[in-house]
Design a protein. Structure first.
Length: 102
């Protein structure tokens, strides 16, 4: 039998792999938001499925990877987080248009 790819070892935490794959699905709008708040506060503002996307920058700042297909939902998440900067945003024209009408 000929294999098309090289088999690899299964991950140590299969549940984490599935959770990451599900929440990292391609979205129409994506960005990394910088939030000046403790990790516990930032995680409490996120849906449970996205809480693993919080990364520490320093003692007082965190980044969060966000994604959504609906610009209103995306903008709502940014407001709920209290984000003060965005990096690497995709789909920004629709978000900027929505923000200017709010």
């Amino acid at each position: 039998m000929r294999l098309r790819s090289t088999p690899r070892e299964p991950p140590a935490d299969a549940a984490a792999l599935v959770r990451s794959a599900i929440t990292a699905a391609p979205y129409r709008f994506t960005a990394t938001a910088t939030v000046a708040a403790p990790a516990e506060v930032v995680r409490a503002r996120l849906p449970r499925c996205c809480r693993h996307r919080v990364t520490p920058v320093d003692d007082a700042t965190r980044t969060v990877s966000l994604g959504a297909d609906d610009p209103a939902r995306f903008l709502g998440d940014l407001v709920a987080l209290g984000a003060h900067t965005l990096d690497g945003m995709t789909g920004s024209t629709a978000i900027a248009d929505l923000a200017s009408t709010a």
